[in-house]
Write a protein that binds this ligand. Structure first.
Ligand code: GDP
Length: 306
């Protein structure tokens, strides 16, 4: 995913290796290359500006240390700033002290929410939790069935509003509204002692007011402990406006980057946490339910600078 960015940064640093001491001009040239590499990777302009400004300042004032040569020092600074942009600390899910923990998924259609619901369910199950998935995406004809398929693969029950669900007795009238489904799902989780509820919501192709309102209504009905904004890492420069629209319309406590396995340039990954101030919790790296990882900012930075 970060192949090009990674190559560009590595070759920038390679050029520094032969230098005994870095002049201001050397540092400026390096910072310019870093800026170009980040912009070409679709990182949002304000993020690039802040990033390169910080790198320049720190490189200029870096103490000459015995342990690191100048090139290594710059790599260390860039690494540290990358970790900062990606969120610094690994942030794990917050669980409710009492009652079921409610996790609401939000994002554009096709972002990977339904797939993520299955991945998250499997991950939670592996940690000894007893999740229940709730199909509150009634917009797309296939969404409920798709959630049932991933639920079955993960071995986790799905609360869905369709009559005739195989093996499920959660039969609400067809056409029930998503808010009612989410609320009923929460009640079902309480009654059946599921300790985590993962609510899948509808997303349309673009950011749209009705969709935002629906997600906000579901949020108000189930009072989530976490609202995870799922974003397709391939959307490049649009990442920031989309994230901002969801931050304003629904609000979210964390980000999930999906499709990190693609050949996108990585800009979304490097922009969203920084622009919204919300941590990235997970990364989705493929279509299989096991293509899923807890997001560690430090490891991701090392991968980029590898
Ligand atoms: P939703 O509309 O947000 O629920 O998105 P879906 O979960 O239906 O995902 C949309 C498409 O992206 C599906 O074809 C998924 O198989 C695919 N997809 C989801 N996550 C990933 C991922 O991490 N990597 C890849 N390559 N494909 C993914």
């Amino acid at each position: 995913m970060f192949a090009t960015l990674s190559d560009r940064l590595t070759s920038t640093f390679r050029n520094l290796r032969s230098k005994g001491r870095l002049s201001e001009a050397d540092i400026d040239a390096t910072v310019r290359e870093i800026r170009r590499a980040l912009l070409d990777a679709d990182v949002a302009v304000p993020v690039v500006r802040a990033f390169t400004g910080a790198v320049r300042e720190r490189a200029l004032s870096a103490e000459v240390s015995g342990a690191l040569n100048p090139a290594q020092q710059v790599v260390k600074i860039v690494n540290d700033e990358l970790v900062g942009v990606l969120g610094r600390e690994t942030r794990t899910l917050r669980f409710a002290k009492t009652g079921p923990t409610v996790i609401l998924l939000a994002g554009l259609q096709g972002a990977g929410k339904t797939t993520l619901a299955g991945k998250l369910a499997l991950h939670l199950k592996g940690q000894g939790h007893t999740p229940l998935l709730v199909a509150a995406d009634l917009q797309r004809p296939n969404a409920v069935t798709q959630l049932q398929v991933v639920g079955e693969r993960a071995g986790v029950p799905v609360f869905a509003p369709h009559p005739g669900n195989q093996g499920l007795d959660d039969v609400l009238p067809a056409g029930a509204d998503p808010v009612a489904v989410a609320r009923a799902g929460l009640e079902a989780a309480r009654q059946r002692h599921h300790d985590v509820l993962v609510v899948d919501t509808a997303g349309r192709l673009g950011v749209d007011g009705g969709l935002m309102q629906q997600a906000a209504d579901i949020r108000d009905a189930v009072d989530p402990d976490e609202i995870l904004f799922v974003i397709d890492a391939m959307i490049g420069q649009d990442a920031v406006t989309t994230a901002q629209a969801f931050a304003d319309g629904v609000g979210f406590t964390g980000v999930v980057l999906s499709k990190l396995d693609g050949d996108a340039r990585g800009g979304a990954a490097l922009s969203v946490a920084s622009v919204t101030g919300r941590p990235i919790l997970f990364a989705s790296t493929g279509e299989k339910l096991t293509d899923f990882e807890v997001f560690h900012p430090d490891r991701m930075a090392s991968r980029i600078l590898d």
